[in-house]
Design a protein around this ligand. Structure first.
Ligand SMILES: *[C@@H]1O[C@H](CO)[C@@H](O)[C@H](O)[C@H]1NC(C)=O
Length: 344
């Protein structure tokens, strides 16, 4: 089912949770087909019969990553702080379990053909403010590369063009429309072309969805409009979630960013770790666990997560006492989706 949706994608991306949500909210006939044809809600978590994740001999991001953010458009400083703190948390060893860094340990289980694991070191090494909307308010996928080009060439405060171990994260603000955003994708990752940017560097784009489509891309902090009210809770009472850092859009972005970073690290040139036969429509390590945030998750249920004293949902701890709700990724050793908040 996810495959069918993903087939329409041209680039690795965070595919909408539509497939989860439609099936969770659709008329009975559809739900019934889900259960019949995809009777592995547990599969996300518990079995691997349907997953053909394979290594295709390309590199993974084994060297310590220098991450560069390009803030495109007009950003709310408190949303930026949430996102920065999430990125700082990825390689912070001083946060109590289960931490964001513990979550990243599952990503580190992926290796390349030399046996080198994905790095555990991710440094936020630079930020660029494209607050003048250098490429306008409606962006194509390809425009992301020109935005990176602009960020590494503009004066006086250009980002370095780091072809050795740089990863570029283009984040677009609430008022920016992006091709396929809110229709087919919440984010995607790819690599730049030397003809456009001057080097091949992995990058990811994630949009702020709090205004345009929170029900799609800030799941599970918001629900699709067409679904009406969230469904009655059947298993655990946490089908609707309150955002741990106070903003559904920013907290939703955190999980999409996590998703893209996991995938860009395990499949940076789109020739390393993915499932499916078609390299133009790969199903990558986070795609396999869309919508799963805790034990028992899958099929429209986020799984077993924590609640803070204010009732906000989270599953990992971060720096400065922050908490985040981050989707799980496929564990190649356990052969199921996994995160540090797992009950087993
Ligand atoms: C590297 O990957 C291998 C294979 O998944 C795993 O056994 C090992 O624990 C990983 N090392 C680290 C540091 O994550």
């Amino acid at each position: 089912m996810a495959m069918a949706i993903i087939k329409i994608q041209k680039l690795p991306c965070y595919v909408l949770l539509v497939f989860v949500l439609c099936f969770a909210f659709a008329p009975l006939a559809l739900s019934w087909r889900l259960n019949e044809g995809f009777d592995h809600d547990e599969n996300y978590e518990g079995s691997s019969d349907f997953v053909d994740l394979e290594y295709h001999m390309g590199p993974v991001l084994a060297a310590p990553i220098n991450l560069y953010i390009i803030w495109y458009g007009h950003w709310n400083p408190s949303h930026q702080a949430t996102i920065r703190d999430f990125l700082y948390s990825l390689s912070s060893s001083s946060v109590s379990y289960p931490s964001v860094a513990d979550w990243w340990k599952t990503v580190r289980l992926y290796t390349d053909q030399t046996g080198a694991n994905i790095t555990g070191s991710i440094a936020l090494s630079g930020e660029f403010y494209d607050s003048r909307y250098s490429h306008g308010g409606y962006l194509s996928r390809l425009d992301m590369q020109s935005i990176i080009k602009n960020a590494v060439t503009s004066s006086p405060r250009a980002l370095p063009l780091n072809a050795h171990n740089g990863v570029y994260l283009v984040l677009t603000s609430s008022d920016v429309q992006v091709q396929d955003f809110c229709r087919a994708v919440c984010g995607f990752h790819y690599f730049t072309f030397p003809t456009i940017v001057g080097a091949t560097v992995p990058y990811a784009w994630v949009g702020y969805s709090g205004t345009q489509c929170p029900g799609m891309c800030a799941y599970p902090f918001a629900w699709p409009q067409y679904s009406g009210k969230p469904p009655p809770s059947t298993n655990g009472g946490n089908n609707i979630m309150k955002a741990p850092n106070g903003d559904a859009g920013a907290d939703g972005m955190v999980s999409v960013i996590a998703h893209e970073l996991a995938e860009v690290s395990s499949n940076p040139l789109v020739n390393a770790w993915y499932a499916g036969d078609d390299p133009t429509a790969p199903q990558e390590i986070a795609d396999l666990c869309l919508g799963v945030y805790g034990s028992g998750g899958g099929g429209g249920y986020v799984g077993n997560v924590y609640k803070d004293p204010w009732g906000n949902a989270y599953n990992v701890n971060g720096v400065k006492g922050r908490r985040f709700l981050v989707q799980w990724v496929w564990d190649p050793v356990k052969r199921r989706c996994f995160g540090p908040n797992a009950k087993d």
